[in-house]
Every structure is written in structure tokens, then in C-alpha cells.
Design a protein around this ligand. Structure first.
Ligand code: PLP
Length: 393
């Protein structure tokens, strides 16, 4: 198989599995227990917290372990909103129109059930929120802004430091969903500029069901799970020790290899793009050319159904993703591409190819040939129409 869907999830790194196994076999102590096995489990959790903190240039007490990006986003939004509402600091939340569903659906819940008023900001053709647009949307009653660091579909990077600065000037909290960015780009400046930041283990070679929320010191935030005293009484529940250990190792490896690996992935991604451009006409890049994640290529093949393309690629052993799959199995036109100004048809003709540490140049060559072959096959009879349409516009 050629795996080109690293934005969906990544294979567990071998060193992560090795590091986790002792905590699944013999190191089963509860970190809250006072005897040796408990103390050892607690030490492992503390060590992982320090690694995450160090990778973000933050204090360990600003890192809270969660069950993944979705929980971190839910906690950030619900926790910050409920406290702000209770303290009379406003009920309006501003977010971008291209957020992940973990943010968008939580906002819908807050609006429909909890009395929030939600404002979704438009993005430009690259999927980026302009600082001026945020500035104009901030009103007196705004309590929270949530804008992702990097988009999960098109990889576009947002100017987080500038956006957070605008929010802070109006005394508004700023959350960023960094699930796609963490472990894939330098995060220090971003972490330093925000109040809340979500991360997830399985996007960087760690285990699924692990993640963290950064809550900077002094940021007003409600507890999310109620029960035991874990995570400083803010997120109750016995820690997923082996998972947290795995997340820590994945973060350390990602941090160690960051520069070399992002350069390598960008090279592979560009190779794939150029080979596809040479092999077939009318290949459109979705998202910014340079302000994007190193591993992300999102392409529109006009005249081709992305759904059919992905099925045929799967039959040839190539795993790639589309924007967003809907529960019925049918492909909904991506809200991200629509917000960027792509037509429904273009959105339905777009696929996401995301590379990772195990991909090779050989695989890019092979994948480009196979994708080109399938696209040509699916376009039979429609290429002339696409050319004529292109000429007419
Ligand atoms: N936010 C973004 C941007 C994502 O890409 C994802 C996962 O695809 C999530 C949140 C949810 O993370 P998790 O799968 O860890 O719950």
C-alpha cells in the first residue's frame, strides 16, 4: 500500500510502540497510587508532560492530557464559554469558517443549547483569515476567538500570532486548534501567543485517543470532567498512562526530526505535484502555494468525481483522502473548499494527498503514474469539454 492520508491519521512510530509496551504489560500502576508502581506511572506521565511543554516552550503545568483533538477542542470552547457567560464577559464566539468539525459542531451545540452567538469569519481564496476581518468582527460581547493553526484539508497556515494579538487587544481569549500543525512545524511563537491550544497524538505517529489541551497560566477555564483530582482537578479520570507515554515519545521524535523531516516531506509533496502536472492537464492546487503544511497537497481534477477516483485508487493500493466524508458514505462538498470560493463541482473533484515519514520518492513516482492513469480513464470524453471551458473563462 502507498499511504497518502497522514492528515487523517499516521502509523504508530516503532519507537512509540516500544516505549508504550512496558506500560501496557507490567507498568499498570495507577498514577494516583502511593506505592512504587503508582509512583512509576506518575513519573512517566510527568516526563511526557515535560516533553510536550518543552516542545511548545511552555511550563508543564500548562499542559492537560485529554483523549484527543476532539476533546481538547470541546473543552477549550465549552469551558471558556461557560465561565465567560457566568462571569458576564460576553456570549459571542468568533471562529473561522474553515474549522474542523470538532470546533464547528461544538459551536453549533453552544449556539443551540447554551445561548452562544457564533460568528464564522470568511477566508480568502487560500483559506486564510485576514486580520482585518477578525478585527471588524470583534464586538464588546465577544468572549472567545477560535482559529486553527493549519487547516486539515488544504494545509493552509493562519497568521496566528497576528490574529491572537488582535483578540488580546480587545481582552478576548484566543484558542487555536493545532491538531494538524503540532509536530509538523515550529510551534513556539504560536504557543506563546495564544491562551488555549489543542493537540492530538495520532497525527504525529502517536497513539489514537491521546491528546492535550494547553491552558496558559491565569486563563479562566472551567473543569471539563468532574470526579477525581487528576490534571489539577480540571480533567478527572485515571490517566491513559501508556497512551500518554506514547504521545510524549511521538512528540520528542517529531521535535528532534522536525527540520529535516518537513524539508523531506515538502520535497516529496512537490515531486508528486510536479509529476501529476506533467502527466495530466488541468490540475488545480487548492490552498496556498507556500503558506501551507509541508506534507499537504490538495488537488482538484476538474471533470473527475473524487469519490470514484478514491475508490479506484484504493483498488490499486493507494490510500488517499477527500475533504470530509459524511456519515452516509457519500462525499459532501467540503465546507473548507466552498468557503475558499471553489464551486460545488470543483469541491467534489478534489482529493487530499498527505505524505509522511515512511513515504519514499519511488512511491511518489508510482502514485503519480497511477493517479494520472485513473484520472485519464475517468476523464475519457470530458477532457475536450474541460479545455473548451478553460479557454472560455
Ligand atoms: N482538529 C483538526 C484540525 C483535525 O484535523 C482533527 C482530526 O482530524 C481533529 C481536530 C480531531 O482530532 P482527534 O481525531 O484526535 O479527535
Amino acid at each position: 500500500m502507498i499511504y497518502l492520508d497522514h492528515a487523517a491519521t499516521t502509523p504508530l512510530r516503532p519507537e512509540v510502540l516500544e516505549g508504550m509496551l512496558p506500560y501496557l504489560r507490567q507498568g499498570y500502576g495507577n498514577p494516583s497510587a502511593m506505592y512504587a508502581a503508582g509512583r512509576e506511572a506518575k513519573r512517566a506521565v510527568t516526563a511526557a508532560r515535560e516533553i510536550i511543554a518543552q516542545s511548545l516552550s511552555l511550563h508543564p503545568d500548562e499542559i492537560y492530557f485529554t483523549s484527543g483533538g476532539t476533546e481538547s477542542d470541546n473543552w477549550a470552547l465549552v469551558g471558556a464559554f461557560e465561565l465567560a457567560k457566568a462571569e458576564g464577559r460576553g456570549t459571542r464566539i468568533v471562529a473561522s469558517a474553515v474549522e474542523h468539525h470538532a470546533v464547528l459542531e461544538t459551536l453549533r451545540y453552544l449556539e443551540e443549547v447554551r445561548g452562544a452567538s457564533v460568528c464564522l469569519l470568511p477566508v480568502d481564496g487560500d483559506g486564510v483569515v485576514h486580520p482585518r476581518v477578525l478585527s471588524e468582527a470583534l464586538r464588546e460581547d465577544c468572549c472567545l476567538v477560535s482559529i486553527m493553526t493549519a487547516n486539515n484539508e488544504v494545509g493552509s497556515l493562519q497568521p496566528i500570532a497576528a490574529l491572537a494579538d488582535i483578540a488580546h487587544r480587545r481582552n478576548v481569549l484566543f484558542h487555536t486548534d493545532a491538531v494538524q500543525a503540532y509536530g509538523h512545524m515550529p510551534m513556539g511563537d504560536i504557543a506563546a501567543s495564544v491562551d488555549l491550544l489543542s493537540g492530538s497524538g495520532h497525527k504525529l505517529g502517536g497513539p489514537k485517543g491521546t491528546g492535550f489541551l494547553v491552558i496558559r497560566r491565569g486563563v479562566p477555564m472551567r473543569a471539563f470532567f468532574h470526579g477525581g483530582a487528576q490534571e489539577k482537578r480540571r480533567r478527572a479520570g485515571t490517566e491513559n498512562v501508556a497512551g500518554i507515554v506514547g504521545l510524549g515519545i511521538a512528540a520528542a521524535v517529531a521535535q528532534r526530526d522536525l527540520e529535516a523531516e518537513t524539508e523531506r516531506e515538502a520535497r516529496l509533496r512537490d515531486q508528486l505535484y510536479h509529476q501529476l502536472q506533467e502527466a495530466i492537464p488541468h490540475v488545480m492546487l487548492n490552498g496556498s502555494r507556500d503558506q501551507r503544511l509541508a506534507n499537504n497537497l490538495n488537488l482538484c481534477f476538474p471533470g473527475v468525481s473524487a469519490e470514484t477516483l478514491l475508490i479506484l485508487l484504493d483498488q490499486r493500493g493507494i490510500a488517499a483522502g477527500a475533504g470530509a466524508a459524511c456519515a452516509s458514505g457519500a462525499l459532501e462538498p467540503s465546507h473548507v473548499l466552498r468557503a475558499m470560493g471553489r464551486s460545488v463541482e470543483e469541491a467534489r473533484s478534489s482529493v487530499r494527498l498527505t505524505v509522511g515519514p515512511d513515504n519514499t520518492e519511488e512511491e511518489m513516482k508510482d502514485a503519480a503514474e497511477q493517479i494520472a492513469e485513473v484520472v485519464r480513464h475517468l476523464r475519457k470524453g470530458v477532457t475536450d469539454r474541460i479545455s473548451a471551458e478553460k479557454e472560455a473563462t
